[in-house]
Design a protein around this ligand. Sequence first.
Ligand code: NAD
Ligand code: MN
Length: 494
Amino acid sequence: MSFVTEITAPDGYKVKVNTGLFINNEFVAGANTIDTINPATGKVLTSVQAADAERVDMAVEAAHKAFYGGWKTSSPRERARLMLKLAELVERDIEDLAHLETLDNGKPLSNSRGGDVPGVAKQLRYFAGFCDKLHGKVIETEGKLSYTVHEPIGVCGGIIPWNGPMLMLAWKIAPALCTANTVVIKTSELTPLSALKIAELIKEAGFPPGVVNIITGYGPIAGEALSRHMKVSKLAFTGSIATGRAIMKAAAETNLKKVTLELGGKSPNIIFDDVENLDEVVFWSRLGVYANAGQVCCAGTRIYVQEGIYDKFIEKFKALALSGKVGDPFDPETFQGPQISEAQFNRIMGYIDIGKKEGATCYLGGKRVGDAGYFIEPTIFTDVSPQARIMKEEIFGPVVAISKFKNADDVIAQANDTTYGLAASVFTSNITRAVTVSNALEAGSVWVNCYNLITENSPFGGYKQSGIGRENSEYALANYTQIKAIKINIGNPL
Ligand code: NAD
Ligand code: MN
């Protein structure tokens, strides 16, 4: 049975994708199907095969067999060759991948083309370089030889979200594969398509069957089964705090699989009045809030502006926010596409309502755009009390709270008054201030005079409840390897 379907995008581009479950290098039938929606129209794009616990087990068994059947001891050069080949194929099929991502997720085509697809290739190439650079240490132990080897863990599960489906897939598979693990990825039921296209390319690149398995399914069914599976030795998750907790609990109740989590945030963006170019500050700050329609885990949704430039800042910020077109993600002029789903749309509109009821000023936006799809105006709240829910909770939409501060001590205290700690930023022309404030901020990433600068060679992850572990960079390798100490008696009787 063939699960290939063809979708025509609004720009006339036709793209084919296999909608089966990708297990053991074959596309197979699921237990049932899930419709995936185009969030720009609210209409069904296509339906995909969905996994139940039994299919999850099939995928894990395939990965388990592939691990012990040769991948575990595979040549580092061969792994690098396959990963580099996959990167090439991703670039070759950039139009297919970018169109699928935009159809399924709603992000502007220019973003899919310019950011997400190239990001996948960069991630694969960066980690391919590590395949033959996984070194242990030699430890001096009084006449004995002691050394360490970094070994793969086994079957690594990945549960990924819908806000950057293709990129999150790459963040999970690249560090796992270079360290000789095999993987089972569960994509979000809201955005399965781009990962399925990449599954085709994985097969074409020549990865042995079972090394990478990609399945779609509902969180509480397929996600739960993966997080409880006794043969999954490590699980990486990106998504909400509630689901992160459920996954840790599932791991605790089963085989104590190693869990890494990336759980979003409520990141502060601090702007001092000594900044030289306010237009540049406004440019980065707006990107920090409204990129990907606000559906970004590290979004800078609490903006703190020093008194002296507050009025000027909000005026310029509002003007730039208003200049961005909200609408059809296939229109090259569009800056902001739709929210992912009706549920997320309602959740965000709910927060806008809460903000107003709590007494904050809705300075800009707050309304739906159009009558089809899930579009929301870029929204600004001012006069938000530090304890307000819209100041504390992740909204995951195009909504920002802007407040005024007096001095560095005052703003650092406010910035750190959160259970999150994924990212933060500081804008200042004073180098001493940049360094002291960066040091004081409790966050896994701090940007100075920029925002959202995420690269494959720099670590990304959370302080506090924003997560456990780091993705990207050499630091990520620690999550996919276990260290063995080998001690050899070299003839010393003692
Ligand atoms: P979610 O955490 O429920 O979904 C993320 C992934 O987890 C999906 O693949 C989903 O199928 C899976 N999942 C859901 N329940 C599961 C379970 N019990 N066991 C295993 N896997 C499960 O997120 P959501 O409901 O789509 O969004 C809600 C909120 O989460 C958003 O408003 C936002 O605040 C946050 N979020 C954060 C990120 C991020 O990048 N950190 C991404 C998406 C959502
Ligand atoms: Mn979709």
